[in-house]
Design a protein. Structure first.
Length: 698
């Protein structure tokens, strides 16, 4: 039996399916009967050309494309009619109350900054790990009036342009763009202790992805805890989860301070929109001459072959999944001693942390050897050093991990290593507005296929007591006058695209808290714990005579084996045919489940267009497809997803995630069956041709 139609899926608002071929009403009814009830609008252009307009939301458009392009059932399901009125129902979790309101039309647009492009590319090509999603949480003691709480956050949303920002239709060059809406409402969800465990709630909130097409790069969860007899009330846990494409840890701290002031003012603080805001930051960036930055980073980028792993390379992956976190602490006396030792060499406490990490990188590359090594890691800089008025309080994603390379010579003194690192950081800070993707491009390396570091070291200085920020005595006194006591916010840094991140900060007791966040597929929990333990041991042993050498410092680890970690996974993209010229675009062909190897070989030979044709291994899920497509997305060239019937749902899921992160949503072309027949290949060719304009559909 012939395949009835071919489909081109067009993502948008509304999404649509363009159907080519004789459409039997019974086949359409049968397909719709297998999907959630919803409103469908059918436009008939000719007997062999129809368009289905689909509802907004999570309607399974890809599944419908698969059903329509496969051999239809013998008879339609009873009781279902095309276009039957109804509504797609999405169940919500019981026991929680959400506060959200509609957003206004888009008001102002701006291109994404280079750092934002890097973050969005990471997020779209590494789904599942929820990269770049950070959290801040604390306890609220005393009365919490939800209406006042909501009004206060609404006032913050009204004042802060960043909280009303969404990804918008991409620029003509295919690069992401943001838009600022004039109105948006906070998303606040309430739980009671009987409905959610605290640690589970924290993890669940972190694993819930953001749809950046909706305003609000942060959401708030409240968990009412059991009665506390000591404090004499029911404390509330407050969790703020945010996306680093638009906010960083310092920005969120400032926003919490703004919220407190609004809460004290009954949700009606004085003043209008904050300026400068992220629009001013983007305007400043667009006016910069990148020539000096390009010249600096072309020479300062870590050279190929630099030691970038904090552990010895293993031969296979760990077999684990997800991300892990491991924490250790230096006692206050140890932290003070480390700080004093670094200062004696004219270095900051953060530089001592960088030195310990550089020693680990050298040891992992050289083992017991005594040869000099160039090591490289990324240092997370605040990004606030730019000459923009108010940059220190600008709510925007300024925190920027930039590569730092240094020569580690076992014969050199630790003081010499500290001074070399201090100089590198100082030089880097002059161009802290440049992104890692730009640096790779300027160094002549692929911004997505290549890496110049595999770890990020982040040192968060004490927040201090700046007026209006959490921890400010005056602010806490005002809250206390309303019967409210708030604990110091605790931060959970979002996972980065690198396999290992070392985060350090000082807690309220004076401890230096060190946390390793790691990709468990690359480095196991036990090996990550060993990396952290060795770092802590070095930090405890480093405060020695300034004449001590690097080799002597590493001697404390002489009897400790180096941890191991798996190599970077190879790319999954298989090129069937190169493009006719640069910028011709790419067609990615996704095999249906169970398709035979080489199912698209005939199509690669027959396709008349200039596009490059690539595919992924059979059985690849959406996450694997997106990871493979990273180099294609990085170029901004046109992309189309094509497949035989059965892979439409997968292709649509991939396309939707691409669109959700600001890149042009690729068309999805579905047609034919993976049966090896010439008719099926021709059907898919016709569908691709109708989407790309390389052939006419008959």
């Amino acid at each position: 039996m012939a395949v009835p139609v071919t489909v081109v899926a067009v993502l948008g608002r509304p999404a649509s399916l363009d159907l080519h071929g004789p459409l039997a009403p019974t086949a359409l009814e049968a397909a719709l009967a297998q999907l959630p009830e919803c409103d469908i609008t059918l436009h008939r252009h000719t007997p062999t050309h129809h368009t289905l307009l689909l509802p907004d939301g999570s309607f399974p458009a890809g599944a419908l494309a698969d059903l329509l392009t496969s051999v239809p059932p013998a008879a339609p399901a009873a009781g279902r009619r095309t276009g039957r009125p109804g509504r797609l129902r999405v169940p919500t979790r019981a026991g929680r109350t959400a506060y959200a309101g509609p957003a206004s039309p888009i008001a102002v647009t701006m291109p994404a900054t280079p750092l934002q492009r890097d973050i969005l590319l990471d997020a779209v090509t590494r789904p599942g790990g929820r990269l770049h999603i950070g959290q801040v949480h604390w306890r609220w003691h005393g009365p919490l009036h939800i209406s006042r709480f909501t009004a206060a956050w609404q006032a913050v949303f009204d004042r802060e342009a960043v909280l009303r920002t969404v990804v918008a239709e991409p620029l003509p060059d295919g690069q992401p763009k943001f838009a600022v809406r004039s109105l948006a409402s906070p998303r606040i969800t309430r739980y009671i202790h009987a409905e959610a465990d605290w640690h589970a709630l924290l993890a669940d909130e972190r694993l819930r992805d953001f749809d950046l097409r909706r305003p609000g790069p942060l959401r708030i969860a409240l968990l009412e805890e059991p009665y506390d007899s000591v404090a004499g009330g029911r404390p509330t846990r407050v969790v703020i989860t945010y996306h680093r494409a638009l906010l960083d840890r310092r920005s969120v701290s400032d926003l919490i301070g703004s919220f407190y002031r609004a809460y004290l003012a009954d949700g009606c603080p004085r003043g209008g929109e904050r300026r400068p805001d992220l629009r001013d930051h983007q305007h400043w960036l667009s006016a910069q001459d990148v020539g000096p930055a390009r010249a600096f980073w072309s020479a300062a980028a870590p050279p190929p072959g630099a030691a970038i792993l904090p552990a010895r390379p293993a031969t296979r992956r760990t077999g684990q999944q997800g991300h892990g976190r491991i924490t250790e602490r230096l006692a206050p006396c140890e932290a003070i001693r480390l700080r004093a030792w670094a200062a004696a060499s004219g270095a900051a406490e953060s530089t001592a942390l960088y030195a310990a990490w550089a020693l680990l990188l050298h040891r992992a590359a050289r083992g017991p050897g005594h040869q000099p090594t160039t090591v490289a890691f990324s240092a997370a800089l605040s990004g606030c050093g730019i000459p923009v008025d108010g940059a220190a309080s600008l709510p925007a994603p300024l925190r920027n991990p930039l590569p730092v390379s240094v020569d580690v010579d076992p014969a050199a003194t630790l003081t010499e290593l500290l001074r070399a690192l201090s100089g590198r950081i100082l030089d880097t800070a002059a161009y802290e507005w440049v992104s890692a993707g730009q640096i790779l491009a300027w160094a002549g390396r692929s911004p997505h296929d290549d890496v110049c570091t595999e770890s990020v070291v982040s040192f968060e200085p004490p927040a201090g007591s700046r007026p209006g920020r959490p921890g400010c005595p005056e602010l806490e006194a005002e809250l206390a006058a309303h019967g409210v006591r708030v604990e110091s916010p605790q931060a959970v840094e979002g996972h980065a695209a690198v396999p290992v991140t070392l985060d350090a900060h000082q807690d309220h007791l004076g401890n230096l808290v060190l946390t390793v966040a790691h990709d468990r597929a690359r480095i196991s929990d036990a090996e990550a714990a060993a990396v952290l333990a060795q770092t802590v041991r070095l930090l405890r042993e480093l405060p020695v005579s300034g004449f001590a050498t690097v080799a002597e410092a590493l001697g404390v680890l002489a009897t400790t084996p180096s941890p191991v970690m798996a190599p970077r996974p190879a790319g999954l993209l298989d090129t069937l045919r190169e493009g006719a010229y640069r910028g011709a675009g790419t067609i990615c062909l996704l095999p249906p489940t169970g398709a035979p190897p080489g199912c698209y070989d005939q199509l690669a030979t027959a396709h008349p267009g200039p596009e490059a044709l690539v595919t992924v291994p059979a059985g690849a899920d959406a996450a694997a497809c997106l990871a493979a497509l990273g180099p294609v997305l990085a170029t901004g060239d046109p992309l189309l997803l094509g497949c035989f019937s059965g892979a439409g749902a997968l292709a649509y899921e991939v396309a939707d995630r691409i669109a959700a992160h600001g890149w042009p949503p690729p068309l999805v072309a579905v047609g034919g069956l993976a049966d090896g027949k010439a008719s099926s290949v021709h059907a898919l060719l016709r569908t691709i041709g109708s989407a790309t304009g390389t052939s006419r559909v008959h």
